[in-house]
Design a protein around this ligand. Structure first.
Ligand SMILES: [Zn+2]
Ligand SMILES: [Zn+2]
Length: 444
């Protein structure tokens, strides 16, 4: 990397998802007051409302709840550890072929869910990007990073009450004031940057009781966070992940029971999905692109890398006149590295639907591998996502509303289909200036 663009090569980058050692140093985390995980259930409930929110009073009785079980694999629903989620899935419409979309990371897929748009239209392709203005890698966690309106905001303009209850502090950050009512995640665990699912569900139920939102968007982060720390993965699921599956299953059931007990079930649609799944790698299956690219004298000082676990984004930061040749050389080198599945010229691969924020070369690792840049020590965690093997996700629509179909669908569902589906159910049309990339699955 260029000397003046690389603030510290001797220290881990502070901005990446899923790496507790890095997230500890994140500026957003530093701005926040960390509360100890000790209070009674419901303690620390912070709800904020948009100005004029109390005037919203749409007459419809329809309610939609989108619940993201972050990082859950589809097979884990059938593992025996998630009996309530499995029963909920089997009571509704299951999309057995559902997939996350590139880059299969948390922030871009949550943005796709609520905008119905791909990253080349929202400006949000990954969790971490190289910010060319800043000359540094950073998390896309600012409200201004999201270039399009979400269904939360468009629904609110149609006098629907909308709510976001997001366990991860960077999701709270990027969704900003889109929803009428927002929960600020709390208590935030200092290591993982997220609030435990029990607290998130307390807040969800409190949100429903206080404001009865027409649309509620919930992220439950425990399964993902336990997955990142799991050293074995796969069949030998470690205790932390198993406990997270059991516990999150109970939290989803609390929501279902609450909707039933408060007589909302028959007017409700509950869409449950994951933003990506999870893959595990052994310590010797680590790819470091930085040293390989630095070994080429035409590249050294002319590129930057933003690491997203299973995907590395490489940016040409040298002379624009040499960019085409530089990108070709980066592609050549990256493709020869052990463990690399594929490397794409981002601008020449429109099917990726990633905009310039994703850099010039998008590299994916093979299943069972991970990227660690700038050096092999920088990503010590075994659980990662971002590469194609983490695309399959659980995705089902349940609830008592008559629009909910039953049985299994073979339709290929994607995270980007959530806004069109929920928008149609609630009667919020697409923005004519920004038509959806996804499609409604109500009849799929
Ligand atoms: Zn993750
Ligand atoms: Zn995630």
């Amino acid at each position: 990397m260029h000397e003046c663009h690389q603030p510290r090569t001797d220290r881990p980058s502070p901005f990446l998802d899923g790496d507790p050692e890095r997230e500890r140093h994140r500026p957003a985390a530093e701005r926040r007051t960390f509360l100890k995980v000790a209070g009674a259930a419901g303690a620390g409930l912070l709800l904020s409302a948009a100005p004029g929110a109390e005037r919203a009073a749409a007459a419809t009785t329809k309610r939609a709840y989108v619940v993201v079980i972050d990082g859950c694999r589809p097979d884990e629903i059938d593992s025996g550890l998630m009996p309530n989620v499995k029963a909920l899935r089997d009571s509704g419409r299951n999309f057995a072929r559902a997939r996350s979309l590139p880059i299969t990371e948390t922030i871009p897929n949550h943005v796709m869910m609520m905008t119905g748009l791909r990253p080349d239209r929202t400006g949000v392709p990954a969790n971490a990007v190289w910010d060319r203005t800043l000359g540094a890698e950073r998390t896309l966690e600012l409200p201004t990073d999201l270039k399009r309106e979400t269904l939360l905001a468009r629904g609110a303009r149609q006098r629907l009450r909308t709510a976001s209850v997001l366990s991860k502090d960077y999701l709270y950050g990027i969704f900003g004031r889109q929803a009428t009512y927002r929960w600020e995640p709390s208590p935030i665990l200092p290591v993982t940057g997220h609030a435990p699912d029990g607290f998130t569900m307390d807040a969800t139920i409190e949100m429903i009781d206080q404001y009865d939102p027409h649309l509620t968007f919930v992220n439950l982060g425990d399964i993902d966070r336990a997955g990142h720390s799991d050293v074995t993965g796969g069949l030998g699921l470690q205790l932390a992940r198993r406990l997270a599956l059991l516990s999150t299953d109970r939290q989803v059931q609390r929501l279902v029971s609450h909707l039933q007990e408060t007589r909302r079930w028959s007017t409700s649609l509950v869409l449950v999905l994951a933003d990506h799944s999870m893959d595990w790698s052994l310590p010797h299956r680590v790819i470091s692109l930085q040293p390989a690219l630095n070994a080429d004298p035409t590249l050294v000082g002319n590129f930057a890398i933003s690491q997203n676990g299973g995907a590395d984004l490489v940016y040409w930061i040298g002379s624009p006149a040499r960019r085409a040749a530089g990108v070709r050389r980066i592609l050549e080198i990256v493709r020869t590295q052990r463990g690399v599945l594929a490397a794409h010229d981002r601008a020449a691969t429109p099917s990726l639907r990633l905009g310039p924020e994703a850099g010039d070369v998008v590299a994916y690792c093979q299943a069972g591998w991970r990227f660690s840049d700038p050096f092999v020590v920088n990503n010590p965690i075994p659980g990662n996502h971002g590469h194609p093997t983490t695309e399959p996700i659980p995705f089902f629509i349940a609830g008592g509303h008559p629009s909910v179909r039953r049985g299994t669908s073979s339709v290929l569902a994607h995270t980007v289909d959530v806004a069109p589906t929920v928008g149609e159910m609630l009667g919020v049309p697409a923005d004519p200036n920004h038509p959806y990339d996804g499609r409604s699955l109500l009849r799929a």
